[in-house]
Design a binder for this molecule. Structure first.
Ligand SMILES: Cc1ncc(COP(=O)(O)O)c(C=O)c1O
Length: 391
């Protein structure tokens, strides 16, 4: 038999599987509301699209850029760190990646060896865990629970037989929407520094908060790898552009890895993205829509469905505790899709142990869809509870 690798035999990314299934139903004529995927329904900023068209007209976009990316884009990101966070980050320490997703692959390859252990607050973004498994890195779940305000416990890691080699955090967090305060972020950075644990701070949802302010690990650590990108606040998901801020000791290896892995991120898209930072009014209007969507779900959904939901102070997700009505989030997600026409993601994608009690709903879509989702979900839940009672 011809060989296939064992290490690539990783779990599927269920949110994407749900989207594929929902789209297949739509292709057969079904009317589906999409709450399964973390993708803004609004287009990329107008200034970005205009800049892309102009750059293509100029004809200087057909080649590779330098490995770390178009210098003017790295300068724009550096200037934004200064303006938004008062953080000094040299454009030389920034690399443009193909979505933030490849920044994780680069970080794992540059920072860890096969067999190293990396702590992952759980629930958490599934691709971290799955990608690590494919690379022979051991993901170690660090439980974050509703009773602890969904915060991972540093003390818990100290009780392990061995400290991990790395820790990944995300603030705002997917799927819980937890936003770390300045002092919480500082405590995590200081702890990692003290114990020589490499911190990876996923800041992809920066710009998307509701009444709180997200802070960057760049304030507190020069050893942390910071990952961010254009897919969320900037509404440029399909442009596949992200970035990483690279600590000095990893710079040569990250640069070599980029050159060998993808040579450079797509040049035309980088030229357009330079103007993303000029589009704040347009992007803040999207943020206002997400805030309205969040309120519609929180105020409209039946309490049995929302349960002890996570705070959703940031990102655009609601992590609903459905344990009052079901102990099988995948089955409930399937039923919601097929019987109510609402696509959501089962919590098991984010937490293999406890995710059977949760569903993640994305409120990145259109406001009219949120009203319709509430109507459909509540009608479904009413029927579901009636059937449970009569069984
Ligand atoms: C927490 C988190 N990090 C990273 C990503 C990857 O985003 P992208 O590769 O589009 O930048 C996502 C996508 O949903 C995410 O939720």
């Amino acid at each position: 038999m011809i060989k296939c690798s064992n290490r690539s035999d990783i779990p599927p990314f269920l949110a994407l599987d749900s989207m594929i299934e929902a789209k297949a139903l739509e292709a057969k004529g079904a009317d589906i509301i999409h709450l399964e995927i973390g993708q803004p329904s609004s287009p990329a900023p107008k200034a970005v699209m205009q800049a892309l068209i102009e750059a293509m007209g100029d004809g200087d976009t057909h080649g590779y850029s330098v490995a770390k990316g178009v210098p003017a884009l790295r300068d724009a990101i550096s200037a934004d760190y200064a303006k938004t966070y008062d953080a000094r980050i040299s454009s030389d320490d920034i690399a443009i990646t193909v979505g933030s997703s490849t920044a994780f692959a680069l970080s794992f390859l540059a920072a860890f060896d096969v067999g190293d252990r990396v702590a992952l607050p759980t629930p958490g973004y599934p691709a971290y865990r799955n990608l690590m498994m494919a690379m022979g890195i051991e993901p170690v779940a660090l439980p974050a629970r509703a009773e602890q305000s969904w915060m991972p416990s540093l003390r818990e890691m100290e009780s392990w037989d061995e400290l991990p080699d790395g820790l990944i955090i995300a603030s705002p967090h997917n799927p819980t929407g937890v936003v770390l305060s300045e002092s919480e972020m500082k405590e995590i950075c200081d702890w990692c520094q003290k114990h020589s644990v490499r911190l990876i701070s996923d800041e992809i949802y920066h710009g998307l908060t509701y009444g709180k302010q997200a802070t960057t690990a760049a304030h507190y650590s020069s050893d942390a790898i910071i990952v961010s990108g254009f897919s969320k606040y900037f509404s440029m998901t399909g442009w596949r552009l992200g970035w990483m801020v690279i600590p000095q000791d990893l710079k040569p290896s990250v640069e070599r890895l980029i050159a060998n892995l993808y040579i450079s991120a797509p040049t035309p898209n980088q030229m357009g993205a330079i103007h993303a930072f000029d589009a704040t009014p347009e992007l803040d209007a999207n943020l206002a829509r997400y805030a309205a969507n969040r309120t519609i779900l929180l105020e409209g959904l039946a309490p049995e469905f929302l349960g002890n939901h996570a705070p959703c102070d940031g990102a655009f997700y609601l992590y609903a505790d459905i344990s009052a009505i079901s102990n099988d989030s995948q089955k409930l997600a399937d039923d919601l899709l097929h019987k109510a026409g609402v696509a959501v993601t089962a919590g098991v994608d984010f937490d293999p142990e406890q995710g059977h009690k949760h569903l993640r709903l994305s409120f990145a879509g259109a406001t009219k869809d949120m009203h319709e989702a509430v109507r459909r979900i509540n009608a479904f839940i009413k029927e579901h509870i009636k059937t449970q009672k009569s069984a």
